[in-house]
Design a protein around this ligand. Sequence first.
Ligand code: PSU
Ligand code: MN
Length: 315
Amino acid sequence: MASDAIAIDPEVCAALAARRPVVALESTIITHGMPRPENAATAQAVEDLIRAEGAVPATIAVLDGVVRVGLTPAELAALAERPDVEKASRRDLAPVVARGGTAGTTVAATLFLAARAGITVFATGGIGGVHRGVAATFDISADLVELGRCPVALVCAGAKSILDIPKTLEFLETQGVPVIAYGSDMFPAFFARSSGVPAERRCDTPAALAAVIAAHRRLDLPGGILIGNPLPAAVAMPEAEMEAIIARAAAEAVAQGVSGKALTPFLLARLIALSEGRSLIANQALIRANATLAARVAVALAVLEGALPPTEARR
Ligand code: PSU
Ligand code: MN
């Protein structure tokens, strides 16, 4: 159960107590992953999509020194507007809380907090991973380590090719994280439906994904499950063009000495600029698709575990 350092929204709390479906959402995508005003609109749209599937959304963030699980629409909108917001990975949580600060939580921090709150399913856009050039920089996102620790199923659109995808998948194997592609044999690459790297596992329905999560829970396995949902074909981006843009953004980061936690937000912003906004459109579409899938999985899991009647499962 949650500690008293974590404030859980009453609606989320009630749903968790009744074992009804809840979907966690991260907030760094709002504060550092997307520009205004698209960030606020997308954050709200994603919550609405989860509700439309019969699950309760729980966006996680730190607001004025309080770790919050579940935000009101006004709080969500205010978070998207605030200029003084930090990006908090797990290691940043205590310092931010101690100084009464406000922060968007990364996938790593959100995995930790979702697990503490008792939430099993989490939707995001893309995960952090092993960066290209890792041999020189040692830059491996804490998202991967936390996936190895927290019993949460994370739905994402794969990893951006700003990352080294084969090394990211190797790292997840070492961490004991099942990697499942949804409706595909290939691990998706965020802007592209396939990374060209086979996924270890494939599931074709929310019920099949829920069955894996249920088995994982019955076995009391300590880590998470990564679900890669290929982005909608209509917004997928030409791979060669994306590669060129990514290589350029990565070279700019090196030239400007951008590293550490600043690197991913820098690259995301440069991709939007260099693609003339098309990467942002893809990003918005894929986070919506992931939210819908995560909600369907959460509903299917609640049905499987006997908390909802079978008529609740859509497909
Ligand atoms: N990748 C994206 N969009 C994002 C992020 C990653 O395509 O918004 C954010 C997520 O919050 C993720 C974080 O957890 O960046 C990873 O940061 P880092 O690489 O510094 O661990
Ligand atoms: Mn990093």
